[in-house]
Design a protein around this ligand. Sequence first.
Ligand SMILES: [Zn+2]
Length: 192
Amino acid sequence: MLPAARSALDDLMAGNLRFRTGNPNHRTYALEHLEDLANGQKPIAAVVACMDSRVAPEIVFDQPLGSIFVARVPGNVASDSAKWMLELAVGEMHVPLVMVVGHTGCLAIGQLLDGDKGGPGGALRQEIQFAVFEAKSRNPADLYREAVIQNAKHTVEKLKRDSLAVYQAIENKQCEIVSALYEMKTGEVHLV
Ligand SMILES: [Zn+2]
């Protein structure tokens, strides 16, 4: 892994350990600190996560303001807004790490597993359908969990193809993109 990406990943995982062991950093934001932040940012990573109320990346990774870009969309799919975020985060601000985080108990994926009845989201729902098919073909003991994992991986592949900023940064060895799973019951994030 690229050293800068490794370092960013280590920071996120260290933050996740603090979060899930009940030792998050206690932070206050003094006016001078806010003024510093207003003058610029140097985030370490960009995270694509689900909009689920229980999966806020800044909290789960115990990161302060100015540390991570976040795009949140149902089922952490490769939405236009996620791609736009990456154009800014990777293309403009040169973060070395992109992480797509799926999570156990994802409502959006559960809906597709129960049979897609259509609705808002359109083509983005179909992206999850790919993961559902892939998961079913693997015949896992836990289909729901497997679908979440396949979906995070699918989003990574999709972003590598469809985000010019991500594609170029990977080609130029300036960035890496990884898929991860957030275990709702323990708070643990691990790569998948
Ligand atoms: Zn979800």
